[in-house]
Design a protein around this ligand. Structure first.
Ligand code: NOJ
Length: 752
């Protein structure tokens, strides 16, 4: 029991609370938009009707163009009236720094003061915000960060994020998003770990540890929220909010592992997802929210609904009115109702007439209070806005951005010499906002350089012969491009093509950008494509035209500098794709951990006796785990200290110990993501042809070799049945260790 120490206090409070006060704890409201609204909120807080405030004024705040300015900043007077002695100092401290918080900390403190001093039980509010991949300092979108395959660095960056956000009064971040997705058309693919359950576990845990720190109650920690539980990334056609079909076998083996790991890492909260699974909305799915999440995964924190998702049960056609919505969602296991007010309006009557057992309500209150106690809110409810030194955070953002970028192709062009002449063209030459990515509310655009600005720090002005974002090139531009040693094309997609409700039916590079590539190629120049994207794009017809491709993603505040670090060889690329790059949109879904078909039609692994499609080759443009370096690595054979273990030995904790020697055979020091995949060859259920089970990312100096050791045990070699039972079966397994999922460097082991 993680939160047992608070039981006594919680029971004491519960015994004293009225029904209405209990329901208040379950009620989350959006931040006030006006001063009048703030006053009305205070009244409700005084009556104990509000338990939490989400510091956002819309469901898709992170998609919004303008920074979310929050409420009541129109009126400086209000801040003084907030009666916090340090209110004015906070304002001044912020202004000295040259920036001001988007969060009205003084108003936030005033609302908290009302809760602490004037509400019946003096229970603090918990303030949540969509702090997804950065606060003032923005780190790579999570899909890019996953490509770094560097959990320690990700954890460090999320610690930084927590420090910045907590300093402005945020208690609770609505991240990490752990939605496995095999569909890059889905706009929210940017927010998650990609297609692999293991990467999702590692990255999710790194983010949770980073946010929550050593102790949740420390002032610089944020409570994490593992979301969206569950199956949201499987929406049909990559269309946001659409239905999903997930058989329990797939649920347990693909979609749940990241949440299981999040619970193990101590995630304080979970957000239920918008979608339905095979006709069961998750918001009313007791099987998912109670039986599996709490019963099987052992989650002890609280569940918050997604934005207005409780009332959506009406549109789903499973509830006739808002009272039904409240009854169904609470029974399913949704503890806190995000913004739609269904709980606040209906639960009292439902309990009074016996349709909702009071014990069900009490349990939800208990879970919310646990996290309020664990977060230390009773002892430290207010926010003293602190100046956070961000120099180290910005440096980490640059390192993670560079480690996240993937070199997809390099025909001897990169790295560039320091005295090269370049023509810099394309729609992202001057762009800044897109480099930050979607779902970021608090960025400081002043921290962000455009590609041209970053390039000017590496090259003298006369070496940049041209910098233009036009796509229809004029003769003059062409003349200049001809004179350059190399043409650098800044390509990709706008941040506004990604995020919530921003799905695409075609993930090709836009036609003008493709035309531009062809035009430059026709000049006989070396052409490098730098892709600023939120998702893998379909690469057919594009990759062939380019001499080098650096996939830079939307990598946050330091994207442009990190690109230049790589282009000029100051950093050796080390990112690997955490999601398959299809050749064409029509090949989606295309993912590496596929099972074998009964016939020879498995395009991913080159088995195409019978083509999947008559009109195209279905192997990926770039497979999962793929990425080049400036150096080369040679893998020795996989060796095993033991090739046979009995089931009993494994269960008792014995492990297969495996090793591989990786030699840096090139001329740069470099990091390599050494990946270990398993294939359970004959099992009672079909098992994937490859499953990532471990990776390491050592730095290997040129001319040196490293012995990389792995261990595989009980927890790595089994799978879940459709009932959620974990099975390890005897039989033989192929263990692959190599540079990406297509490696054939393999050894067989046996479980007896
Ligand atoms: C809806 C999104 O699905 C969720 O991820 C986000 O945290 C909430 N809106 C709150 O903004």
């Amino acid at each position: 029991m993680r939160y047992q120490e608070f039981d006594e206090k919680i029971e004491g409070l519960l015994a004293a609370m009225t029904l209405r006060e209990k329901i208040g704890q379950l009620n989350q409201i959006p931040e006030p938009k006006t001063l009048e609204q703030a006053e009305a909120y205070k009244e409700r807080i005084r009556r104990g009707e509000i338990g939490s405030i989400i510091l956002a004024s819309s469901a898709t705040a992170g998609n919004e163009k303008q920074k979310n300015k929050g409420a009541a900043q129109e009126d400086g007077q209000q801040q003084k009236n907030a009666a916090q002695e340090d209110g004015q100092q906070q304002k001044n401290a912020a202004q000295e720094d040259g920036w001001q918080s988007n969060i009205n900390t003084a108003l936030r403190n005033e609302l908290q003061r009302v809760a602490m001093e004037e509400s019946p039980r003096h229970i603090p509010l918990i303030f949540g915000r969509d702090v997804i991949h950065g606060h003032h300092t923005v780190y790579p979108i999570p899909l890019a960060a996953a490509a770094s395959f560097n959990g320690e660095l990700v954890e460090k960056c999320y610690r930084n994020i927590a420090r910045e956000a907590a300093a402005e009064g945020v208690h609770w971040a609505f991240a990490p998003m752990l939605d496995l997705s095999r569909d890059p058309r889905w706009g929210r693919i940017i927010e998650g770990p990609g297609e692999d359950p293991y990467v999702a576990q590692v990255m999710g845990q790194a983010c949770i540890r980073g946010f929550q720190g050593e102790d949740l109650k420390e002032p610089d920690s944020l409570a994490a929220c593992a979301k969206h539980y569950i199956g949201y990334g499987a929406s049909e056609g990559g269309r946001d909010y659409h239905r999903t079909e997930i058989a329990d076998y797939s649920l347990y083996n693909y979609y749940l592992p990241a949440f299981r790991a999040a619970v193990e890492a101590g995630a304080a909260t979970v957000m239920s997802s918008f979608n339905d699974i095979s006709g069961q909305p998750v918001t009313s799915g007791r099987k998912y929210l109670t039986d599996i999440l709490r019963g099987q995964l052992g989650f002890e924190g609280f569940v918050v609904s997604d934005w207005a998702a409780v009332q959506m049960l009406i549109r789903f056609g499973v509830a006739g009115n808002r009272a039904d919505c409240a009854r169904l969602a609470l029974h399913a296991g949704v503890d806190m109702d995000m913004v739609d007010g269904c709980y606040g309006e209906n639960l009292e009557a439902l309990v009074n007439c016996g349709q909702v057992p009071e014990e069900e309500l009490d349990n939800a209150v208990r879970r919310i209070l646990r996290i309020k106690f664990a977060k230390g809110l009773f002892d430290r409810p207010y926010c003293k806005m602190r100046r956070v030194d961000r120099a180290g955070h910005l440096a980490d953002a640059r390192t993670l951005a560079a480690e996240s970028m993937v070199l997809l192709k390099n025909e001897g062009v990169l790295p560039l010499e320091k005295d090269v002449t370049v023509a810099l063209l394309g729609p992202f030459v001057h762009e800044k906002r897109s480099l930050l990515g979607s779902w970021t509310l608090d960025y400081q655009i002043e921290d962000t350089k455009s590609l041209l600005e970053a390039m000017q720090e590496k090259l003298d002005r006369e070496h940049i012969l041209l910098s233009a974002d036009e796509t229809g090139l004029y003769d003059d531009s062409v003349q200049k491009a001809v004179k350059a040693d190399v043409v650098l094309l800044a390509l990709g997609e706008s941040w506004e093509a990604t995020g919530e409700r921003r799905c695409l039916s075609d993930i090709s590079l836009s036609a003008p950008q493709q035309a531009m590539i062809r035009r430059m190629k026709a000049l006989g120049k070396k052409v490098v494509g730098i892709f600023f994207c939120g998702r893998p794009l379909a690469m057919e017809g594009v990759a062939e035209q380019l001499d080098a491709i650096l996939y830079a993603w939307h990598s946050g505040t330091k994207t442009a500098e990190a690109v230049c670090d790589i282009l000029f060889g100051d950093v050796v690329p080390s990112g690997k794709t955490a999601m398959t790059f299809p050749r064409r949109t029509g090949h989606i879904p295309l993912y590496y951990n596929v099972t074998s078909s009964g016939n020879f039609v498995n395009g991913y692994y080159g088995e195409e006796l019978f083509p999947c499609y008559l009109d195209s080759v279905t192997s990926p443009a770039y497979p999962f785990g793929y990425g080049l370096s400036y150096t080369t690595f040679a893998y020795g054979p996989v060796t095993a200290e033991e090739t046979c273990l009995s089931l009993g030995e494994l269960e008792a904790g014995k492990r297969f110990r495996l090793a591989v020697t990786v030699e840096n055979t090139g001329s740069f020091d470099g990091k390599e993501v050494v990946q270990l995949y398993i294939h359970d060859k004959i099992a009672s259920r079909m098992r994937p042809l490859r499953e990532l089970k471990a990776f390491q990312k050592p730095l290997i100096r040129r001319g040196e070799a490293a012995e990389i050791q792995f261990e595989l045990g009980w927890a790595d070699l089994g799978f879940y049945t459709e009932q959620g039972e974990y099975l390890v079966e005897p039989g033989s397994f192929d263990i692959y260790v190599g540079e990406n999922c297509l490696t054939d460097n393999c050894i067989s082991i046996e479980i007896l």
